[in-house]
Structures are given as structure tokens and as C-alpha cells.
Design a protein around this ligand. Structure first.
Ligand SMILES: [Zn+2]
Length: 197
């Protein structure tokens, strides 16, 4: 049996405008710490890697500094690999997986590759366990020019400024049970569309 997805904010079939987005934002709360679960691990990598702040998100609960962990000495002879986690901040395994790769495995791959690792593209989403950013924009649908997502815009600008061809990009995601209970219904409500589970 299928069930049309419903959500507590807005009217079915009518896309959200600013008041509905503000109502949604007002319901979001901090549930975990970007500093304690992400930044402390990034800081521990400073002796072995280049740790660089590439941007900041000036949100109400912030500011959230944005970091990349990369190979100290880039070689033009080696291909460059980009690893990103937390484009969807609520997908914990992407963030913690990128960190664990940096902490446990990245060093040995540097014999053959330049590495650029951005473990948490959307830290507000990580802290509030959200797919969207505070203005109800999905960063993963926003890797476009004049991006509506500051998360997407800032990592795109950083990668562009590197001036290195990216041989491969590994972007870490997961499918959670809450996709059906929360995030897909919220998407239908925001965009005024109907979907079934
Ligand atoms: Zn995702």
C-alpha cells in the first residue's frame, strides 16, 4: 500500500515561500557538535597534512569555519583526488567516513595521488541533522554557477582556485530511514509536489 507523503508545514500542492521556510528553520535545533565531532579530528591531522580553511558559513548558530585536509606537497606528476563528505550534513557516515579515511588510510595513498579531503561541506546540516541548509536549499542540488547554496559555492571556488585537474571525485552519501519519514515529505511540501513512499 502506498501513502502520499504529508508534512506539517505549508499546504499540500503549494510551494513554500519565505514564511514557510522561516517556520521550518524555527523548528530546527542543534543536536550535536561540529566542533567536537569534526573539527577536533581535523586539527589532529595538522602534522601530517595541510589543513586549510577555505570558507565560513555565517549562520545564526555559527560561524562555521570550513576546512580541507590535503597533501602537503602537491606533485604535478600525480593525479589529484577529491573526497567530500557531509554535502548532506545529516548523512553521518559520509562525514565520519571522510575523517576516518584521512586519519587511517590517506597517508599511504599519497605515494600515488595528491589528496584533497573536505570532510564536512554542510556543518549546520551536520549539527541539526538536516539535508538542507538554513534557507531550505539542498547543497547537493546546487553545484551550479551563482549557486543558491553557500556550502556548494565555497567548495567549488576552492577547487577551482586549486588550478589542478581533478582526476576523480568521491562524494560520500548514505540513505537513511529518515529519508522517507522526514526529508522526502519536507521536499514535497517545500516544492508543492506529491509523491508516494
Ligand atoms: Zn546525500
Amino acid at each position: 500500500m502506498t501513502q502520499t507523503l504529508s508534512y506539517s508545514i505549508g499546504k499540500p500542492g503549494i510551494p513554500w515561500t519565505l514564511p514557510e521556510k522561516e517556520q521550518w528553520l524555527a523548528q530546527q535545533v542543534i543536536k550535536r557538535s561540529y566542533h567536537n565531532e569534526v573539527i577536533v579530528h581535523i586539527d589532529s591531522l595538522r602534522s601530517d597534512f595541510n589543513v586549510e580553511q577555505y570558507g565560513v558559513l555565517e549562520y545564526v548558530n555559527g560561524p562555521y569555519p570550513l576546512y580541507v585536509v590535503s597533501t602537503k606537497e602537491f606533485s604535478k606528476q600525480k593525479p589529484t583526488i577529491l573526497v567530500t563528505g557531509g554535502v548532506h550534513g545529516y548523512e553521518t557516515s559520509g562525514v565520519q567516513g571522510a575523517l576516518r579515511f584521512a586519519l587511517q588510510h590517506a597517508a599511504k595513498y599519497q605515494a600515488n595521488f595528491n589528496l584533497v579531503i573536505a570532510p564536512c561541506i554542510s556543518p549546520w546540516g551536520y549539527e541539526t541533522i538536516n539535508r538542507w541548509n538554513p534557507v531550505a536549499v539542498d547543497p547537493n542540488r546546487s553545484f551550479i554557477p551563482q549557486s543558491p547554496s553557500l556550502e556548494a559555492a565555497q567548495i567549488m571556488a576552492y577547487v577551482s582556485d586549486l588550478g589542478m585537474p581533478i582526476y576523480a571525485h568521491i562524494d560520500l552519501h548514505e540513505t537513511t530511514d529518515t529519508d522517507n519519514s522526514e526529508f522526502r515529505p519536507a521536499l514535497c511540501a517545500r516544492d508543492g509536489i506529491f509523491q508516494e513512499n
